[in-house]
Design a protein around this ligand. Structure first.
Ligand code: CTP
Length: 409
């Protein structure tokens, strides 16, 4: 792929050196277009040595090759990292005062920006408005993430890690379109069942696998309704910026049930959310206090509806329903339990993974087995949550082919 990497003025520019290396290591041709300000952080020799291509910043150099538009025209993918608040504003306004500006206006390739700035600048209404404008135009936004910033402060504003930017951008550009025309619902995260106005019963789901499933589907051409229960930190950010993903928030199991029913006409429903089996029977109107309850507090819990089983029972023809299960058993006991659960829920596929105190949560990687009709193992995959997500969609497509359901329109 012909990749243009725009670099703007920010300390995170040093990390973009690693991004360029990662892109070249994956076999891509990379052309770096820094702004004049970016060169105060990392100079031309570094960019030229690392990319093995000439590097210029203004439209007045290398005029004979019409470089101010040719880079944009040839690009299969444009990444701006770091994208400063100033550059985001210029992009939103369509300014073309330097080579990066003209390249961005001349390209029809996917554009990914990785913002980096101080939290106050990221939260400023002007930046928010510029980001919203860019998203509306189809620009993809990766990050920023929460973490230490240059001034010793900390918060959202730190540029995403180079490997994450590369994976996101390459995933977008190389996306196959085998889910084109499919409407899918993905649920993600863990529900929180209120005990009183300030407390809840929750679980350790981070939402990473569910969000990865939504992103993989959207990158492969599907229209995705992502129903998000509680999702950790910035995990939702890439999905919120994706043009083919509509995010709905659903805090409790009952809210998630409603949102899932509203979207239930979809072709595929993937229930990756960790839904609480029980909720407090009567959430207290006021805060529960030790003064009232003393040393022992008894909670009455009532069962939540089994959402996926309900959806499966009312499914329309041609619909594929996938459940997830996180189990603490291992080996054959795990598989036997997963097979029983698939039958009991009446779903087409059940993806099961092993969890424990120190396994399966909050990690970037996952390992799971997908059980299909008659309890057959149709996939076993270990890898990044994105790789696992792609394997689940492959299994969905295979299941739809076997059941004679047209997978694409
Ligand atoms: N699920 C659901 N509604 C619930 C509970 C779970 O839709 N009230 C869905 C989950 O989203 C997941 C699948 O069912 O896709 C399996 O969830 P799990 O909690 O493992 O199933 P349970 O029926 O609670 O089984 P058990 O507690 O016996 O393990």
């Amino acid at each position: 792929m012909f990749v243009v990497v725009g670099v703007t003025g920010g300390i995170a520019a040093y990390k973009t050196v690693h991004l360029v290396r990662a892109l070249i290591a994956s076999g891509h041709e990379v052309h770096v277009v820094p702004t004049a300000d970016a060169l105060r952080f990392v100079g031309v020799p570094t960019w030229e040595a690392i990319s093995r291509h000439p590097v210029t910043t203004t439209v007045h150099e290398d005029v004979a090759t019409v470089r101010h538009v040719s880079l944009g025209q040839r690009a299969d993918l444009v990444i701006v990292a770091p994208a400063s608040a100033n550059t985001l504003a210029k992009m939103a306004a369509g300014l073309a005062e330097d080579l990066l500006g003209t390249t961005l206006l001349a390209t029809t390739a996917p554009v990914v920006v990785a913002p980096a700035m101080h939290t106050e600048m990221w939260r400023h209404p002007a930046t928010r408005a510029n980001i919203a404008t860019l998203r509306e135009r189809g620009v993809h936004v990766v990050g920023p993430v929460d973490g230490p910033l240059t001034g010793g402060d900390s918060g959202p504003g730190r540029m995403s890690e180079p490997d994450d930017i590369a994976a996101f951008a390459l995933g977008l550009a190389a996306a196959s379109t085998d889910l084109d025309g499919l409407r899918v619902v993905v649920t993600a995260g863990g529900t929180r069942e209120p005990l009183d106005p300030v407390r809840f019963l929750g679980n350790r789901s981070s939402g990473r696998q569910g969000v990865a499933l939504a992103l993989a589907a959207a990158d492969r051409g599907a229209e995705v309704a992502l129903i998000a229960a509680h999702v950790e930190g910035d995990v939702l950010a890439p999905a919120a910026g994706h043009p083919r993903i509509a995010v709905t928030a659903a805090g409790t199991a009952l809210e998630l049930q409603q949102a899932a029913q509203d979207a239930a006409s979809a072709d595929v429903i993937v229930m990756a959310a960790a839904v609480a089996d029980y909720r407090p029977a009567r959430p207290a109107d006021g805060k529960l206090t030790k003064e009232q309850n003393g040393d022992t507090l008894r909670l009455d819990l009532v069962a939540n509806p089994d959402i996926v089983a309900e959806l499966a029972a009312g499914r329309r023809e041609g619909q594929t329903i996938v459940a997830f299960a996180a189990e603490t058993e291992t080996g054959d006991a795990l598989l036997a339990r997963a097979r029983r659960k698939r039958e009991r829920k009446g779903v087409d596929l059940l993806a099961v993974n092993e969890v424990g105190w120190d396994r399966g949560f909050e990690a970037a990687e996952n390992e799971l087995t997908v059980i299909g009709a008659d309890g057959a193992i149709v996939a076993h995959v270990a890898g990044t949550k994105r790789a696992v997500a792609d394997a689940v969609w492959d299994a969905v497509l295979a299941s739809r082919r076997t059941s004679g359901t047209a997978s694409v329109s």
